[in-house]
Design a protein around this ligand. Structure first.
Ligand code: GLV
Ligand code: MN
Ligand code: MN
Length: 470
């Protein structure tokens, strides 16, 4: 089965196996929005967000606030999103590409841009762009993503987007007139929470994901990306590498909440990103024999949950033998999934990251070998599919120097988390700013950044944009 590693395709055996996570997507997607004004551009639902956004606020444009800004800080902008995509079942937020919550966030993005007199466009891959003074080449681009992991926190993604608006406001208040175009961006499906492939929008944009494969990716309800894209008015045949959009990006800078305790230890509110470690996702599909939990003697079973459980433990054990490695099984799905039913099959997803590319693959190969042995011992079989892989990235040294030059004393920080900036780094100079996370918890409802640090982050982003765009 090891030859299956690396051959992940939605159209391979097991293609019917629901991918991604996310809740009841079919309803959201079923509310097709292609009939809304501006077909071809995902519109979203509006709903309570529009009311919030449209409602009176003390810090709305008005007296004392220069035209084209809102005077609203990144923290206040973020609080506008508090009610969107709250996941009562899991806790935290579940916001997945083209579901109702994510469409509300897209509406919010448009409204914030319009409020500043900034034009918004959706590219062929569902990424949102807002151009400060119109599109152009060699642009300085900043932003992040609006989607979340299942049951995620409020900061991962949206912090970079609200800080981008805040930074533009700061520059406008200061009277800065950029000599390069400046764009704010929200990339689609950074977490891969619905269709399983992280950084879906930036991978498609840069051509690092085969559009045929992307169109066939399916969510837990069996809805394909092609269908979901169509439902929001995007043309699925247009998904894929977008040279016109890419050529406009001169530099990309993403601000992000830190996802560990690095900045706590460094006692700094912000840092400039240095490296992102290699990371990938592998699906292990175990097959056994579904049967009766009471009537089937232990020796007569082929229970795929046994090798699956063994792999959960083996992933931790094997990772412990590599330097600074991480291996995680965050998702294990027995089928059919009944308390008194021996599963007929079980899928688990391994997230593996080691600071060295070949070591990452070596570690996954070791875990795969263990999975095969455990499956055979139980009379089961296993197939392994690579669903995504990202090489390690070192951010552009010249850009890092320029960012540090704009910020003065600021530490550099390596991360184990993946980002759209790391995908773009293969095509354009890209860099990152991190904002301190006091508990170091992320991808969980406890994810947090203090308002003062958020303020520091937005000010740092404004300083970097000013340095790059003037
Ligand atoms: C994204 O946050 C990832 O690293 O999985
Ligand atoms: Mn994340
Ligand atoms: Mn993120």
């Amino acid at each position: 089965m090891s030859e299956d590693v690396g051959g992940a395709r939605a159209d391979r055996p097991g293609a019917g196996v629901p991918q991604g996570t996310g809740g009841s997507m079919s309803e959201d997607v079923g509310g097709a929005r292609a009939d809304r004004p501006g077909a071809g551009v995902p519109q979203g639902t509006g709903g309570s967000m529009s009311e919030d956004v449209g409602g009176a606020r003390a810090d709305r444009p008005g007296a004392g606030v220069p035209q084209g800004t809102t005077g609203m800080s990144a923290s206040r902008l973020l609080r506008q999103l508090d009610d969107v995509g709250v996941d009562a079942r899991r806790g935290g937020y579940s916001r997945h590409v083209f579901d109702s919550a994510e469409l509300q966030l897209r509406d919010w993005f448009r409204q914030e841009a319009v409020r500043r007199g900034i034009d918004v466009e959706t590219d062929r891959n569902g990424n949102l762009w807002a151009w400060w003074s119109g599109p152009g080449r060699n642009a300085v681009v900043t932003g992040s993503h609006l989607d979340s992991v299942p049951g995620g926190g409020a900061f991962d993604g949206p912090l970079g987007v609200v800080s981008a608006f805040d930074a533009v406001d700061r520059l406008r208040r200061k009277g800065v007139v950029p000599t390069r175009p400046v764009a704010l961006v929200a990339f689609a499906e950074e977490e891969g929470g619905r269709f399983g492939v992280p950084c879906l929008g930036s991978r498609l944009l840069t051509g690092s994901l085969d559009p045929d494969r992307a169109r066939g990716l399916r969510d837990v309800d069996g809805v394909s990306l092609a269908e979901a894209a169509t439902a929001v008015g995007l043309a699925p045949e247009s998904l894929g590498r977008d040279d016109a959009a890419l050529e406009r990006i001169g530099t990309f800078v993403e601000l992000h909440v830190e996802q560990g305790r690095g900045l706590v230890d460094l006692e700094s509110p912000v840092a400039v990103g240095s490296t992102v470690i290699p990371h990938g996702r592998w699906r292990f599909s175990f097959s056994g024999q579904g049967n009766h939990a009471g009537a089937t003697a232990l020796e007569d079973r082929a229970d795929p949950m046994l090798p699956a459980a063994a792999v959960v433990a083996a992933a931790r054990r094997v990772a412990g033998t590599y330097d600074d490695a991480r291996a995680t099984v965050g998702r294990l799905v027995p089928r059919p999934g009944g308390t008194n039913v021996i599963a007929a099959a079980a899928d688990l997803w391994l997230d593996a990251r080691v600071p060295d590319d070949s070591a990452t693959r070596e570690m996954v190969a070791e875990i795969t070998e263990y999975a095969q042995e455990s499956a055979a011992t139980e009379g089961c079989s296993v197939r392994v599919y690579e669903e995504s892989y990202s090489d390690g990235v070192s951010f552009d040294p010249e850009l890092r120097t320029r960012m540090a030059g704009a910020l003065g004393e600021v530490p550099a920080l390596a991360t184990g988390a993946g980002h759209d900036a790391a995908i773009l780094a293969s095509r354009v100079p890209a860099g990152m700013l991190y904002v301190r996370n006091p508990a170091g918890i992320s991808h969980a409802p406890e994810e947090f950044a203090e308002a003062d640090d958020v303020e520091h982050g937005a000010a740092a982003l404004a300083a970097v944009l000013e340095r790059l765009a003037t």
